[in-house]
Each structure stands twice: as C-alpha cells, then as structure tokens.
Design a protein around this ligand. Structure first.
Ligand code: SF4
Length: 181
C-alpha cells in the first residue's frame, strides 16, 4: 500500500521554518521560509509536517508582554498556564493524530525540528521571563511527553536564530542519516 513515489518518511518541523510571518514582532529574520534550513528539508525528499505555531494559536500574533497583576510573566510562562497551556496541549494532540496515522501505515517519523531560545519551540534552551536558560520550550515539552506516551523515541534537532549555518548542518546530518535507512 502507498507503493508510489513517496518516501514514507516524515519530519515534524516548527511552523516558522516555513513561515516567518508567525514570529513575534522583531524576531522574523527571513521574508518567508528559513533559508538554508528550509531548503535542506525540501531538497531531502522527506515529507514535511509543518506543526502549528503554538504562540500564534495560544497568544496571537501581537503577543509581547503577557501581563498578570501588572507583571510581565513572559511567553513561556503564559503557555504553561490557562488558555496558553490548553492551546499547546491541543496542538500537540493534533500533531499526534497525524503521527499516529502515519505510523499505522508504516511511515517513519525521522525527527522533530525546533528552535533553541524560543519560549515555545526551544529544544535545549528556552526563554524564560528573565532570559534564556537550559530547558525545553512549552510546546516542545508537551510534544515530547505525547511522543513518549506512544513509545516513539525520535531525535529532536534545534535550529537557532543567528546560528543558521551551523544549525542547518545539524539538520542536514539528521536528514542524511534518514536517507540511508
Ligand atoms: S512559537 Fe515556535 S513556531 Fe511559532 S514563531 Fe515561535 S519558534 Fe516559530
């Protein structure tokens, strides 16, 4: 079944890899897709599952300054409580619906691409209200939990703003490893 031209390999990518319009004001660095990293994914022949942008869905496009009692609580914190948290969980479940459907038919999920420093999509580092530190972003944290629930252990790769060349190399390495198997 599905014995046609498709690769039957799928990578989960953060939304703004292909659409920088979703970025918070002041943090879009490309007119559309994320340059070299986006080209690497497109050229690889792996299917691209563009995940929804959790900040856009949970907090809107104009999302600077998430206030509670007159204090800025930060984007990550806002996504870990109330409506923001509900949005993250719901989006992760939507992604998992697709993941589970692909797996049911023997497709392989080769990895997840996030962006370090992002309050939602950071993999190894994320942005707290007082700055960047180690830890996963609010959405990547939930997504990892959902993947673990179905016993799916896939590599997470992090891009990073201003380190596009070096991070794109890591992504290429993942794509090349997937092409060999
Ligand atoms: S929340 Fe994630 S997908 Fe949305 S703009 Fe930030 S890094 Fe990109």
């Amino acid at each position: 079944m599905f014995d046609d031209q498709r690769s039957k390999k799928v990578i989960l990518v953060l939304h703004c890899l292909l659409n920088q319009n979703a970025r918070i004001e002041g943090c879009a660095y490309f007119p559309g897709a994320m340059g070299e990293a986006a080209r690497a994914v497109v050229d690889s022949g792996v299917g691209i599952l563009q995940m929804p942008c959790p900040e856009l869905h949970g907090l809107g496009l104009d999302r600077r300054g998430r206030m509670r009692d007159g204090t800025d609580i930060g984007i990550r914190e806002a996504l870990l409580e109330g409506e923001g948290q509900k949005a993250c969980r719901e989006l992760a479940r939507q992604v998992m619906d697709d993941v589970n459907e692909y797996r049911k038919h023997g497709f392989r999920i080769i990895g997840v691409v996030g962006n370090d420093g992002s309050p939602a999509c950071g993999v190894d580092t994320t942005h707290y209200v007082d700055g960047e530190r180690a830890g996963a972003g609010a959405f990547m944290k939930v997504l990892r939990e959902e993947l673990e629930k179905v016993g799916l252990d896939v590599p997470f790769v992090a891009l990073r703003d201003h380190e596009w060349g070096e991070r794109a190399k890591r992504l290429r390495a993942l794509l090349e490893a997937a092409a060999e198997t």
